[in-house]
Each structure stands twice: as structure tokens, then as C-alpha cells.
Design a protein. Structure first.
Length: 317
């Protein structure tokens, strides 16, 4: 039996020719098992195919979104054909995967379950229906193995607070039935626990979502810390240092400084700064020329645990 080697750019076989597909080879494939790409191609070894089916298979591989280039070559006789797909996997454009309410599993257990199907999974995937559906299948299998009820769903959404990471795949378990019944603050100062708990009361008995809880907590809890001298949740409590007003005439600078309510040595309140400057403008304590802006600078003294505030009035660039 004579097999003819033909490249994709060479003359195509006769349009009515049919062969038994004996071999499918993938060159350049790294992140996906070959059997998954065979399924994605829509072909099966042993089936009878024509040349239009070969071209359609290449198109389906391209539509997975995993490859920057898909080419193919083939060797055929009068009755058989061997296919080779030459693939270039995309190296850039991956997006982070987040797993929202998979409370039954550790991050490692989730990653290990996905790597059973995607050995090179590193927490990021290309924007691809194929890749996201593969993760969905992996997570669905994990739920079934652990006898956890619920449906795996996902969405590609924009992370507005992170300018460097604009899109993220979020995977969730729909129908998990996980109402929030208790909230604890490990490591929080005793005097902070009650106001922190009061701020999060609206979350009680709502369905747990790590992303929703995180967004709500950041907005609700950060002011509680900053109003009490904490510049971050974990860290020391700071007190007010000195206030410097720059960029104003001497009389205006003195009026602003005299109106400042936090005295040196009092617990620093970062929220007070914006409210104070807004009040200065609203009450007409000083009159600023058009185009003048305020710039705040906090200077921490880590030894004395104080914060000095510098308020600069300058023209917008």
C-alpha cells in the first residue's frame, strides 16, 4: 500500500475522495491531553472521512481559543489517511480563575482536580469557552465525588478595583445553600470586635459568596479601622502628629490649620481628613482660585506611631 505525503498548501485530494482515518497526531500541544483535542476536533480514529471534514476539524480546533495557529498535513492512500495537526498554543492573554463558594475544598484540592484534565493549569486560563468548560467539568466531577449538591456555573467579569487585572473567571456552585450564620474576627482587637460585627450584620442569613463578602467587608470595615488609628487591619494604632498646610497665603494657611479638629496625640482618624477638607470648601473658610487642587500626604513615624499630615494646594497639571 502506497501512502502519499501532502502538505496543507499542496493540491487538495479529489473532492469526492473518502478514507478511513487511521491516525491523528498533534505537534506543539503542551497544555491539553491529545484525547481532549481529538474530541474537540470532532474526528474519531477509525471513521470514514472526506477532505471537508478535515478542514472542519481544523476550524473547530481554532475556535477553541487555545491556539494562535492551526495548520495540518496528511498522508493518504486510496483507502486510508493519517492526519497531523500543527498547533501553536497562545502564550499570553490568560486570565485568573477564582473559586467563589467551594467551601468544602482547599485551594490545592481544587487545583489538583482541574490538573487531572488540564495538567499545566496554573490558576489562569485563556479566554476560551473550551478551557472554561473543561474546568467546569473538572469541578462538577469533584462535587460528585464528594457527594456535594449543586451546579457549577461561571462568568467572566471585570475586576474594577484592580486596574492591572481587568478580567477574571469566577466559578461558583449554584444552589449550594450556604447561609451565613456566624462571623468571627480572628486577631482583631477586643474593642473592635463589636463595631466590626455590627457593620457586617446585613450579611447574616444571606447566601455565602466569597467575592460578595469580600467586597462588602472592604467597604464596611475599612472605615472602622481608619477612624480608630489603624492604617490597615493588621498593624499598630497610630496617633495624630503635626499638620502642615502648603501652597496657601499665610493667613489662609493659618485659618485652615486652626480649624483642624484632631489634636496632636489624639487617635488618628484617616476618614476625618477628607471630611474636613470638604467642610473647608463648603463653608467658604478660604477661597481658592479656579484650577487649584488639594493633595494629601501622610507621613508615618514608625517609632513614635504617629502620622503627620501634609495638605498641599497646587494647580492641576
Amino acid at each position: 500500500m502506497l501512502l502519499l505525503a501532502v502538505d496543507v498548501i499542496a493540491q487538495e485530494p479529489p473532492p469526492n475522495a473518502k478514507w478511513r482515518l487511521t491516525t491523528i497526531v498533534f505537534e506543539g500541544l503542551k497544555s491539553q491531553p491529545p484525547e481532549k483535542m481529538i474530541d474537540a476536533s470532532g474526528l474519531k480514529v477509525g471513521q470514514t472521512i472526506d477532505f471537508e471534514m478535515v478542514k472542519a476539524a481544523a476550524q473547530r480546533l481554532s475556535q477553541t481559543g487555545l491556539f494562535g495557529k492551526v495548520a495540518y498535513s496528511y498522508r493518504y492512500s486510496s483507502t486510508q489517511i493519517e492526519l497531523t495537526f500543527e498547533l501553536e498554543e497562545k502564550a499570553t492573554g490568560k486570565k485568573r480563575c477564582s473559586f467563589d463558594n467551594f467551601v468544602w475544598f482547599s485551594d490545592r484540592e481544587i487545583a489538583d482536580a482541574i490538573r487531572r484534565d488540564m495538567p499545566d493549569f496554573d490558576g489562569n486560563i485563556l479566554i476560551s469557552d473550551f478551557a472554561s468548560e473543561e474546568i467546569k467539568k473538572s469541578l462538577t466531577r469533584l462535587l460528585a465525588e464528594k457527594k456535594v449538591a449543586g451546579e457549577v456555573v461561571y462568568e467572566l467579569f471585570r475586576v474594577e478595583e484592580k486596574t492591572g487585572e481587568d478580567l477574571t473567571y469566577m466559578f461558583k456552585v449554584k444552589g449550594a445553600n450556604l447561609p451565613i450564620c456566624d462571623i468571627q474576627f480572628a486577631g482583631a482587637q477586643d474593642e473592635l470586635k463589636k463595631p466590626l460585627l455590627d457593620a457586617l450584620k446585613p450579611l447574616f442569613k444571606t447566601e455565602y459568596s466569597k467575592s460578595d463578602v469580600g467586597s462588602f467587608a472592604n467597604a464596611a470595615l475599612l472605615p472602622i479601622y481608619t477612624q480608630r488609628g489603624y492604617l490597615k487591619a493588621e498593624g499598630p494604632q497610630y496617633r495624630m502628629g503635626q499638620v502642615t498646610i502648603a501652597g496657601l497665603p499665610e493667613d489662609d494657611a493659618r485659618r485652615v490649620k486652626d480649624a483642624w479638629g484632631l489634636k496632636a496625640g489624639e487617635i488618628f482618624n484617616n476618614s476625618y481628613t477628607n471630611a474636613f477638607l470638604a467642610k473647608v470648601m463648603r463653608d467658604g473658610l478660604i477661597k481658592l482660585p479656579q484650577g487649584v487642587r488639594t493633595v494629601q500626604e501622610l507621613k508615618r513615624d514608625e517609632q513614635r506611631l504617629t502620622v503627620d499630615l501634609v495638605v498641599k494646594f497646587d494647580r492641576k497639571p
